[in-house]
Design a protein around this ligand. Structure first.
Ligand SMILES: [Zn+2]
Length: 542
């Protein structure tokens, strides 16, 4: 690095006098910090020095970390001095997999508490009938369901049409892998009665007529999601800001958003207006028609929406979940002797997606759940690229639960694939084995936003207790690991000199408190890009 600098200076020899004349002016400001923290237990996520006492910030960067003595020297009369009084500080958490604007309260809607069976048919009909009374003409009517209603073939388009003939209505599985829509909703998004399946999903059809029943699987849901999300934009923006406020209270400073509900231009429009304080990476999730993937809006500019909100990477949902029995597995599903699940895309499309990842700089992320799906994808990757080529691409597998077999673990490690672990449905994942094999690990709780609940899960609840992480490992994966998972580990994720100043002062010491107290942790002071964005602490403790 230093050598490069010397060479640059030599090359720009004419600039040297200018640089020297500038030096006296900059020197008197350069060492004075804007904010200093002292007397802390500062966890850096930097394995060369995991804990330090004090830290200085200048502008949007960390100027220095070290002892109280070395940091106090950087203070001037203008420096904001914060005595941490022993409090624990961590690099801001980087939630590597969230779904912003998912299940926003748009139109007339009912929400039920998260459960796999979800509400009964009667309860759903009851709620919908009430909402129809209140709905304005053409306003969306929405509700969340689980498998009880989704698997009940009497709750289909016809029944929903009889309840809401004049309003678009959609019942959404609360974890996102299925919708039941009425006729008006299908019309709203231009899905015809006899439409061909899109490349990324499929429609359920009536056996006799082949007409759509209103059930939409996987990628075929995208148009409905977007229609809902843009229907009442002010409510979407309000929900995004409320979510960000929640994140700041928890010490989350970056979120990586899987943008299925908003395609490129709509995402640009909504996120520009939302103007969120949390660093937000928007990851393309292209919708598709029967003719192919819709990439144009994601390929176009701009990629930076506001300085802290940027578009990068691309995500594909390669198979479904075991709950709807849509993930592709090597063994048949219980009580369905010949049903192994399926892929969302044809194998040729998956090969094409992988080739695009190999020949471009757009990072590829794949949701993969079934063990057969992981086998197919890893085999295709080995066929089309070398391990070294793949390592540079940092392909991500979201959730990672499928990476269990020796063979899969080895291939993932060989190709430098990043596993984005989802704690609450990854308790069977061999976390220590992954780390021991050198697999880069990031944390993406998939819309369960409390990082301390995730840390509790990862450190105490793995089915094989040997696979539990230590709390330090969990925090490193959640900060440095998630930054690596977006090619930004040289910019953020550790508290060390030159990194952006993104950090959280915590309400309690997450490294020593009893495990069961972890979920009640919050941030008492959150800094993003050198600015205090949430503060319940510093004014009382300067
Ligand atoms: Zn997800």
């Amino acid at each position: 690095m230093r050598l490069n600098l010397i060479m640059t200076l030599r090359a720009n020899i004419l600039l040297l006098p200018l640089l020297f004349t500038m030096q006296p002016h900059t020197a008197c400001f350069a060492q004075s910090a804007d904010i200093i923290f002292t007397n802390g237990k500062i966890f850096t996520s930097d394995t060369t020095k995991l804990y330090v006492q004090a830290l200085a910030i200048k502008g949007n960067k960390i100027l220095k970390v070290g002892t109280n003595f070395s940091i106090e020297k950087l203070a001037s009369s203008k420096t904001k001095k914060i005595n941490l009084q022993g409090k624990t500080v961590v690099p801001g958490f980087n939630d590597a997999h969230d779904h912003l604007a998912w299940l926003i309260p748009t139109g007339q809607s009912f929400n039920t508490e998260f459960s796999v069976p979800g509400p009964s048919k009667d309860a759903v009909i009851d709620s919908l009938s009430g909402l129809v009374q209140k709905a304005a003409p053409n306003q969306w009517i929405l509700g969340t369901i689980g498998l009880t209603v989704f698997n009940d073939t009497t709750v289909r388009r016809r029944l929903l049409d009889s309840i809401a003939p004049n309003n678009p209505l959609a019942l959404l599985i609360m974890w996102g892998h299925g919708i039941i829509a009425n006729s008006k909703a299908l019309m709203e998004v231009n899905i015809a009665d006899n439409a061909a399946d899109p490349l990324s999903g499929w429609y359920e059809r009536e056996p006799q007529t082949n007409k759509l029943t209103g059930v939409l699987y996987e990628g075929s849901e995208f148009p409905i999601w977007q229609a809902i999300t843009v229907a009442e934009p002010f409510r979407t923006i309000k929900a995004l800001r409320a979510h960000a406020a929640e994140q700041l209270k928890l010490g989350i400073t970056t979120v990586q958003n899987m943008s299925a509900s908003l395609q490129g231009n709509a995402a640009r429009r909504i996120f520009k207006q939302a103007n969120l304080l949390v660093r937000t990476r928007i990851i393309a999730m292209p919708s598709a028609t029967s003719k192919g993937r819709d990439l144009a809006e994601w390929n176009s500019a701009p990629k930076t929406i506001i300085p802290l909100t940027y578009i990068s990477g691309i995500k594909y949902v390669i198979d479904g979940t075991t709950l709807e029995q849509t993930a592709l597995k090597s063994k048949p599903y219980p009580n369905r002797p010949n049903w192994y699940g399926r892929l969302n895309y044809p194998v040729d499309t998956i090969r094409q997606i992988l080739k695009e990842a190999l020949t471009s700089n757009r990072q590829l992320m794949m949701h993969i759940v079934g063990d057969s799906t992981i086998g197919i994808v890893l085999k295709l990757m080995k066929e089309i690229g070398s391990d070294e080529q793949w390592k540079n691409k940092r392909v991500r597998i979201e959730h990672g639960n499928a990476v269990v077999s020796e063979d899969a673990v080895k291939k993932v490690s060989d190709m430098g694939i990043v596993l984005v672990h989802t704690p609450q449905y990854g308790t069977g994942s061999p976390l220590q084995k992954w780390l021991a094999t050198g697999i880069p690990l990031a944390i993406g709780p998939d819309a369960t936003i409390n990082p301390y609940l995730s840390i509790l899960t990862m450190t105490t609840q793995q089915r094989d207790p040997k696979e539990n992480l230590t709390r330090e490992q969990a925090v490193i994966a959640y900060t440095k690991g998630s930054a690596y998972a977006e090619f930004k580990e040289k910019e953020k994720g550790t508290l060390s000199k030159g990194m952006v100043a993104d950090l959280a002062v915590l309400s309690q010491d997450i490294f020593t408190i009893p495990a069961e107290q972890l979920p009640s942790t919050s941030s008492i002071l959150t800094i993003i890009d050198g600015k205090i964005v949430y503060d319940k602490f510093s004014n009382k403790n300067q």
